[in-house]
Write a protein that binds this ligand. Structure first.
Ligand SMILES: Cc1ncc(COP(=O)(O)O)c(C=O)c1O
Length: 388
């Protein structure tokens, strides 16, 4: 580093998003000719729905594709508001919808809009790693809340009460959760929303895996709170990861603040992706078929993985992940995942990405790939673990 100015301390404390590191290594092996099964990264193996791609193709041909308004194309904001009404029966005006460059940009906008420098946000652990890294990058404080398998890896109202007394400013909850796929069941979400209201805490609800549930549908926080901030995306259910388009639903009082932030930080989300996203709502039949494949993969893995020796897995309620306890084999999930990739060509993500304290004993498998691949993966894992 000699001769270079010193980088900011905050940025140096940012950990890698390990799943992306694993994906890079797995891709390099694939390019070198190895037969790799990707169970590391949480992305659909499918393209965007046909209607989305057709809209994008027409736009490439006919549109100028300039900047859009910072809060997004008015037609898309309206369509998303209609989607919220159709899906949950909750009415939100299009003026409360903010189109973002993936939910990832939505987090930055939401955190900056409600949290001051140094403020704390409660994050259930295990959880999506970028929450804590984005907070750290912005000079805010992740406040990890340890959850357990018995509680379906969800926080409780008592956890929220503690957050309040510990001086945090809010809670971020994902249901279905990544990496566990579990959901806040029964009255849990309502209780959490009530507890946030009592403790005067912000509630941010990451609803990116909504649409991908295998039993009861997930509830939106909007049904229980007028002040909740909802984060969502076209990446998962809509199978559009690389298009980088998502949305927020925000309380009226925050819209102008977020608009000013979006104007300055990103100008606008990508025009072509917003146009494609409008088309995605016409691809529901296709998307339901993809979801049916996830459901078959999930059922097969829940039956087969225990036979391989990975027998402590909570059946996921949604998303496309299983979080397997590997403590009978190792306490070092990173080394375990590295060996598994090198020796049998199955890529999975070590739990330490999602839970810095206990994640050494867990591995996350994504079942968004093809049924053949998932079956072959269980065959390889079974033979590998038998030899251990
Ligand atoms: C829980 C959760 N939230 C947010 C994201 C970010 O998604 P995107 O920026 O593609 O919308 C992911 C990606 O895996 C995720 O798992």
């Amino acid at each position: 580093m000699e001769g270079l100015p010193r980088p900011l301390a905050a940025a140096r404390a940012i950990d890698p998003f390990i799943v992306m590191d694993v994906m890079r290594d797995a891709n390099a092996r694939e390019v070198a000719g190895e037969d790799i099964i990707h169970m590391e990264v949480g992305q659909p193996a499918t393209a965007a729905p046909r209607a989305a791609r057709e809209r994008a193709a027409a736009a490439l041909r006919d549109d100028r594709l300039g900047y859009t308004e910072a809060l997004g194309l008015p037609a898309l904001r309206e369509r998303i508001a209609a989607h919220v009404k159709e899906r949950y029966g909750v009415r939100v005006g299009p003026e409360r919808i903010v189109v973002t460059s993936g939910s990832s940009a939505g987090f930055v906008l939401a955190f900056l809009a409600i949290l001051d420098h140094g403020a704390g946000l409660g994050l259930p652990s295990p959880g999506y790693p970028c929450y804590r890294q984005i907070l750290k990058a912005l000079g805010m404080r992740p406040h990890l809340i340890e959850t357990s398998g018995q509680g379906r890896w969800m926080p409780t109202a008592a956890d929220v009460d503690r957050l309040g007394t510990d001086g945090a400013s809010g809670l971020l909850l994902a249901s279905p959760n990544n990496p566990t796929g579990t959901m806040a069941m029964g009255a849990r979400l309502a209780e959490i929303a009530d507890a946030c209201r009592r403790a005067r805490l912000w509630l941010i609800s990451d609803e990116i895996y909504h649409g991908l549930e295998y039993g009861a549908p997930a509830e939106t926080a909007l049904a229980h709170s007028d002040t909740a901030i909802v984060v969502n995306s076209f990446s998962k259910y809509f199978s559009m990861t690389g298009w980088r388009v998502g949305w927020l639903v925000v309380p009226d009082a925050l819209t102008r603040t977020i608009e000013r932030l979006a104007q300055n930080l990103y100008i606008s989300p990508p025009a072509i992706s917003q146009i494609a996203a409008l088309g995605a709502f016409d691809g529901i039949d296709e998307l339901e078929e993809i979801k049916a494949r996830y459901a078959r993969n999930r059922a097969m893995l829940l039956e087969e993985l225990p036979r391989t020796g990975l027998d402590t897995i909570l059946p996921a309620d949604g998303a496309f992940y299983l979080y397997a306890d590997i403590s009978r084999y190792t306490g070092d999930s990173a080394a375990f995942a590295r060996d598994m990739l090198r020796e049998i060509g199955v890529a999975a993500t070590p739990g330490i990405d999602f839970d810095p304290d206990r994640g050494g004993s867990y591995l996350r498998f994504s079942y968004s790939g093809s049924e053949d691949e998932m079956r072959e993966a269980t065959r390889r894992i079974g033979a590998w673990l038998k030899a251990k």
